[in-house]
Write a new protein. Sequence first.
Length: 237
Amino acid sequence: MTESFVADRAGIRLDVYLAEKTGKTRSAVLKAIEQGQVLVNDALPVKAGVKIEQGDRIRLDIPEPRPISASPQDIPIDIVYEDEDIVIVNKAQGMVTHPASGSPDGTLVNALLHRVSGLSGINGEIRPGIVHRLDKDTSGLLVVAKNDQAHLSLSEQISTKKALRYYYALVVGNIAADEGKVDKSIARSHKDRKQMAVDEEGRSALTLYKVIARFPGYTLIECELRTGRTHQIRVHM
């Protein structure tokens, strides 16, 4: 889908202007800008907050979504707990959580559909049961909802911080403080759109950390994510 505009005023932020013109949410516009889907005068904007000039040519080019479906696949997974409401899975490193354009199958969802008789439907057929996710290269426990009531309860617990998410990370270098926080906004890198970077115009991100052990040249830390941005720990730490 392509939409083109000629700016009829100046001094307004690019993301604000596009949200007004297209009717999309600011977060949807920000995501499009981060993914390089917005051009101003045939060039990528530096930041979402750049001020446009009257007469600027703005083009929004969002590719049509490719149809994706999730089907059961007999893939080994490590289920550590299960009852009538939830399943807790120890997701392996290298496994994608749910199908997407770059990973249409072979995901945790495909395995769950094969192993579990029922999953919540709130997140649609592509992400059944998925309340939260882990990056492909991150291993750890995922709580999966088997019904909509459990899904709503888990989502509420995560959003209100009644349920907290902790991660262990081995980072290069010696972190001086035994504990602390990193409060830096994150957006897609302007140098490589496939990577994330600290960017004051990005989405807010907060990571709390505590040192667990120290080694020559490395520090093992425990991280608590107060937000859930893509690659947040890798960017912050």
